[in-house]
Write a protein that binds this ligand. Structure first.
Ligand code: GLA
Length: 399
C-alpha cells in the first residue's frame, strides 16, 4: 500500500510540474461572473433522481429563474454506479441515461453540471475518479457536461496515509491534493469541451491562494452550509478578508444557497442572498424549484440583488466595519457605484446609520434600497435605517 501511495504521489507531482503546459485558452471565458444555477444536494441529497433534475430544469424555465441568470443544472453526489471491465463508469438506476438528461437540460437553454471526487469514493461512498480521471472526463464530455464539482472526500485518506509515512515532508498531503486537482483540470481540458471546474475541499490549505493555479474556476472556502441562520451567518460573515483572491474566472465559494428550504425566516434568507451577492459568490439555488412560494421566488429572483453579484467589475465585497451585532459590508461596482449591506446579526431590530464617506462615496447622487419594505432615510450624506433582527438593508449607491 505504502509503495502504491508513494508512486501515486510521485506521479501526481509530475503532473504538477507539467501544470504550466495546461491549455489556459480553454479556460478563458469560463465563469467570467460567478456561476449561477441549481444543485441537487441541499434539498434532495442522496435521494435525487433523474425526474427531480428534469423538474428542476423545467422549473428554472417556467419560474423565470433561467432568464434571471440561473443556468447550471448540477447533479451532486449519488448518481454514480459501478465501473465495467474496461473501467468505464456507469450510472446507477436513478439516472438511466445521462446523455439524454444532458440533452434535456441543453434543450431548455441550460447547462449541465456533474460531481465526482479525486479519491476512490465520493463523500456518499459512490464510485469516484481516482485512477480514472481521463476516462471520466471523456465520459462527462460525451454526455455534454459543462461543469464539474470535484469533492476531495476519500482522497483525504490517501493524503493522511502519505503524511503518516513521510514525517520528513509534512506538506506531502497538500502537494498531492494540488496535483490531484490539476490532474482533473488537465483531463477536462484534453476533452476539448469548456468545463467549469469547481474545487470542493472545504477551504483547506488556503485554497484561495492556489485554486487558480490548478485551474479552479471556483473553490469552496468552508465546510458544508446548513439551512439555519447560525451556520449560514458563520460561513457568510466568515468570508471577511478573502476578497482579494476572487475575480473573473476564479471565485471564492461559500457554498450553495439554502433559500426556500424552509428553516430560516424571510429576513434571514434575504441576509443570505444579500451577503452572497456582496461576496460575488456563486448563486446555486439548493431548494426544490418545483415548489417555490412567491416569497422564495422574490428572494432568488430579485434582479437588482443578482446584478450586484454578477457585476462586471468582478470584485468581491468585504466587511467595512463591525460593532457588536451590526456589520457594514460593501462591494465596488462597475461605473463607480458601490453596493452596501447594513446587517443586524442581533435578535431584535436595530437602527443603523451609514456615513457614505465610509464606503468611499463623497456625494451620493442616488441611493436605492434593493429589498421591498426597507425604508432608509438619506440626509446629509448619511443613510439611516431600522434593520430587522437577523436582517439586512441592502443599498446600491451611485455617485
Ligand atoms: C460534501 C460536499 C457537499 C456535497 C456532499 C455530497 O459534503 O461538501 O457539498 O457535495 O459532499 O456527498
Amino acid at each position: 500500500m505504502l509503495k502504491k501511495i508513494l508512486a501515486l504521489a510521485g506521479l501526481l507531482m509530475m503532473c504538477g510540474a507539467a501544470g504550466a503546459q495546461r491549455d489556459m485558452a480553454l479556460e478563458a471565458g469560463l465563469a467570467k461572473t460567478p456561476p449561477m444555477g441549481w444543485n441537487s444536494w441541499n434539498h434532495f441529497a442522496g435521494k435525487v433522481t433523474e425526474q427531480d433534475v428534469k423538474d428542476a430544469a423545467d422549473a428554472l424555465v417556467s419560474s423565470g429563474m433561467r432568464d434571471a441568470g440561473y443556468v447550471y443544472v448540477n447533479i451532486d453526489d449519488t448518481w454514480e454506479g459501478e465501473r465495467d471491465a474496461q473501467g468505464v463508469l456507469h450510472t446507477n438506476k436513478k439516472f438511466p441515461d445521462m446523455k439524454a438528461l444532458g440533452d434535456y437540460i441543453h434543450a431548455r437553454g441550460l447547462k449541465f453540471g456533474i460531481y465526482s471526487s479525486p479519491g476512490p469514493l465520493t463523500c456518499a461512498r459512490f464510485a469516484a475518479s481516482y485512477g480514472h480521471e481521463q476516462q471520466d472526463a471523456d465520459l462527462y464530455a460525451s454526455w455534454g457536461v459543462d461543469y464539474l464539482k470535484y469533492d476531495l472526500c476519500s482522497y483525504g485518506i490517501l493524503m493522511q496515509a502519505a503524511v503518516a509515512d513521510h514525517p520528513d515532508d509534512p506538506d506531502i498531503g497538500n502537494k498531492m491534493m494540488k496535483a490531484a486537482y490539476l490532474k482533473m483540470r488537465t483531463a477536462l481540458d484534453k476533452t476539448g469541451r469548456p468545463i467549469v471546474f469547481s474545487l470542493c475541499q472545504y477551504g483547506d490549505d488556503d485554497v484561495w491562494k492556489w485554486g487558480p493555479d490548478v485551474g479552479g474556476n471556483l473553490w469552496r472556502t468552508t465546510g458544508d452550509i446548513q439551512d439555519n441562520y447560525d451556520r449560514m451567518a458563520k460561513i457568510g460573515f466568515g468570508q471577511a478578508g478573502l476578497a482579494k483572491y476572487a475575480g473573473p474566472g476564479h471565485w471564492n465559494d461559500p457554498d450553495m444557497l439554502e433559500v426556500g428550504n424552509g428553516h430560516m425566516t424571510a429576513d434571514e434568507y434575504r441576509t443570505h442572498m444579500s451577503l452572497w451577492a456582496l461576496l460575488a459568490a456563486p448563486l446555486l439555488a439548493g431548494n426544490d424549484l418545483s415548489k417555490m412560494t412567491p416569497e422564495t421566488k422574490s428572494i432568488l429572483m430579485n434582479k437588482a440583488v443578482i446584478a450586484i453579484d454578477q457585476d462586471a467589475l468582478g470584485v468581491q465585497g468585504d466587511r467595512v466595519s463591525q460593532s457588536g451585532d451590526l456589520e457594514v459590508w460593501s462591494k465596488p461596482l462597475s461605473g463607480g457605484g458601490v453596493a452596501v449591506g447594513l446587517f443586524n446579526r442581533g435578535t431584535s431590530a436595530a437602527p443603523m446609520t451609514l456615513k457614505l464617506s465610509d464606503v468611499g462615496v463623497k456625494h451620493a447622487a442616488h441611493v436605492s434600497s434593493l429589498w421591498e419594505g426597507a425604508n432608509p432615510v438619506v440626509a446629509n450624506d448619511e443613510v439611516s435605517a431600522s434593520v430587522p433582527a437577523h436582517g439586512v438593508v441592502l443599498l446600491r449607491v451611485e455617485p
